[in-house]
Design a protein around this ligand. Structure first.
Ligand SMILES: [Zn+2]
Length: 74
């Protein structure tokens, strides 16, 4: 096994994959964590910021302010 494949395996092991509804394409799809608290939709490639606000929800990064409508903006 080469070092390169070990590194790749390490990245995959650290990456978190969750399923959820993407706010960009509104599809129920897989979201992969590329950086802490940021997810990318595997369907449309849209970036999503994870907000923990009593519950976990996924917000599109460029629509974060608009999406928070319950007055509990962090
Ligand atoms: Zn999407």
């Amino acid at each position: 096994m080469s070092k390169k494949s070990n590194l790749f395996a390490e990245i995959i092991r650290k990456a978190k994959m969750v399923d959820g509804v993407c706010p960009h394409c509104t599809e129920h799809t897989l979201l992969i964590s590329v950086v802490s608290d940021y997810y990318r939709c595997l369907n449309c490639g849209g970036d999503i910021e994870q907000k923990i606000n009593g519950k976990i929800s996924y917000l599109p990064i460029d629509l974060t302010v608009q999406e928070i409508k319950d007055g509990k903006e962090i």
